[in-house]
Design a protein around this ligand. Structure first.
Ligand code: AMP
Length: 108
């Protein structure tokens, strides 16, 4: 998508503080963190929201959740605990229309 902020971050056209990357997934710090740890996990492929995900896209969702586990262990927040959220649609609080999973942890 030409005009998608998170596609531009995935393509490294806009800077972000990247905490994880593989062939399918990118994770970076939220620019306006709402907890001491606040990262966004995105598929590199554009999906507008969760509603775009088909059964055949199950692999990419698994890759996102696997990435979340890796980052949680790497940053030692797995044992403490964290919250994951997906906002879907304007009424669901979605502001950036590229599927993303928030990871938030209040560990200090
Ligand atoms: P949502 O409300 O689920 O669409 O969340 C979008 C999130 O993207 C918000 O928490 C923003 O703070 C975050 N955000 C917006 N622009 C950027 C950016 N350039 N880099 C990192 N995070 C961003």
């Amino acid at each position: 998508m030409n005009d998608c902020l998170f596609c531009k971050i995935a393509q490294k056209k806009i800077p972000a503080t990247i905490v994880y990357e593989d062939e399918s997934v990118l994770a970076f710090k939220d620019i306006n963190p709402k907890a001491p740890y606040h990262f966004l996990f995105i598929p590199k492929t554009h999906y507008t929201s969760l509603l775009d995900i088909q059964e055949t896209d199950v692999l990419v969702m698994g890759q996102i959740f696997s990435a979340i586990q890796k980052v949680a262990h790497k940053l030692s927040i797995a044992d403490f605990g964290f919250k994951t959220t997906i906002h879907t649609g304007k009424g669901g609080g979605q502001e950036v229309f590229h599927l993303h999973v928030h990871l938030l942890s209040t560990k200090v």
